[in-house]
Design a binder for this molecule. Structure first.
Ligand code: BGC
Length: 253
């Protein structure tokens, strides 16, 4: 008889920080401290691997006793990273899953950071049981997106890279939380940029629900009421832990 996995480890690699924790897969909650280290400058593979090791050591989970999920901010296809928006270009076309497995001496489950956050919110959070199309957007260093239809993830949607014709730039360069910080915007001014972005997503996809993830989702009260949309829009329940929880959940499957 197969033994059901009840706990798994999730590590969420972001453009700014690398976060990890042990997750109860029944509840979808963290049962350890949330460990965070800065993403090493330049985010090169060997430095990121060293930082992930540090997170696992601090959690006391260097052995292979629980499944380990690792989330990364890039397109991920068959274990390879195919893009590098806020990390070193060395990741483009890189056998990243194998690199982590060799470096950590164990199997991992490797997936896009926004996709795993979407899985966490659909299984345990703001989009639980939601039918139709859910679009989760993480507003952080970049914009990550997860597209989930009737509970099924359609991976690597990358809608942070929709083009803003007026600026000939990616949407995330104008609209991510890092753009608000960089351009020292008030909530109101930032909300105008978000209004453009979510209207564009509405027009293209006619979603049934938007979920806002990323660290700034804890300030949702400051900007969500300023948005005028047809689609309901709610903050992620697991906020900045959704990546850790979703990575662990996929690893536990
Ligand atoms: C990357 C995505 C990632 C997002 C959030 C984007 O720049 O292209 O893969 O999900 O940032 O980290």
């Amino acid at each position: 008889m197969a033994v059901k996995t009840t706990h798994a480890v999730g590590v969420d690699i972001g453009g700014t920080g690398i976060k990890g924790g042990i997750v109860d897969l029944e509840q979808g909650t963290l049962i350890s401290d949330r460990i965070k280290v800065d993403t090493p400058a330049g985010a090169r593979p060997k430095d990121v691997l060293a930082a992930v090791k540090q997170v696992l050591e601090t959690l006391g989970v260097t052995e292979d006793k629980m499944p380990l999920g690792v989330a990364f901010p890039a397109i991920i296809k068959n274990g390879r990273t195919l893009s590098a928006a806020n990390v070193s270009n060395e990741w483009v076309g890189f056998e990243a899953e194998k690199f982590f497995e060799v470096g950590l001496g164990r199997d991992i489950h490797f997936a896009n950071d926004a996709d795993v956050a979407g899985v966490a919110e659909v299984r345990y959070g703001a989009a639980k049981g939601k039918q139709g199309l859910v679009l989760l957007t993480t507003l952080g260093t970049g914009i990550g997106t997860a597209m989930i239809h009737n509970g099924m993830l359609i991976p690597n949607s990358e809608l942070g890279h929709l083009q803003r014709a007026r600026h000939k730039k990616d949407a995330e360069a104008w609209t991510a939380y890092s753009a608000m910080e960089r351009d020292k915007l008030t909530w109101k001014k930032w909300a105008k940029r978000l209004q453009w972005y979510y209207n564009y997503l509405e027009f293209l996809f006619s979603p049934d629900l938007f979920v806002i993830g990323g660290g700034v989702s804890k300030h949702a009260d400051e900007f969500v009421p300023l948005l005028d949309l047809q689609t309901p829009i709610v903050p992620a329940v697991h906020r900045n832990n959704a990546g850790i929880i979703g990575a662990a959940a996929l690893a536990g499957d």
